[in-house]
Design a protein around this ligand. Structure first.
Ligand code: 5GP
Ligand code: ZN
Length: 118
């Protein structure tokens, strides 16, 4: 069973923010912003590549509820999902990072300079 399935099953503790029948949101153990929450489906999905449109449709309002509960819906936030090797996905259970609580930088995502690939 993967790490995030163990969190869903409460075999590994987490600090939950919000929960529904289908999804769980909990604080990232190594936050990269004042607010850094992970949103996952309770059923195991490897990554964004495998997620169904039906799950995504339900996840959209859930993520907005998470932003509301975390107090960042109005101030703004970022939603990210890393996919696969080049995307830097470390945990192979679909998760959306919800980051906010301060103005977020953008440039540090461009580790690979596109000019190097022309
Ligand atoms: P990825 O790199 O796969 O997109 O993101 C995985 C995230 O999971 C990282 O931000 C990391 O800090 C977080 N993480 C890894 N292990 C745990 C854990 O046991 N508990 C929590 N709450 N977060 C974790
Ligand atoms: Zn899993």
């Amino acid at each position: 069973m993967c790490l995030f399935c163990k969190i869903v099953n409460k075999e590994i503790p987490s600090n939950p923010v919000h929960e529904s029948d289908d999804f769980l949101a909990f604080h990232d153990i190594n936050p990269k912003a004042p607010v850094h929450i992970l949103v996952i489906p309770k059923i195991h999905v490897d990554s964004f590549n495998e997620v169904t449109p039906e799950t995504m449709a339900k996840m959209t309002p859930f993520i907005k509820e998470v932003a509301e509960k975390a107090g960042i819906k109005t101030s703004g936030y970022r939603v990210i999902t890393n996919v696969g090797e080049d995307g830097g996905q470390e945990v192979k259970h679909l998760h959306f990072h919800v980051l906010g609580g301060a103005p977020l930088k953008w440039g540090h995502f461009a580790d690979a300079d596109p000019k190097d690939f022309l």
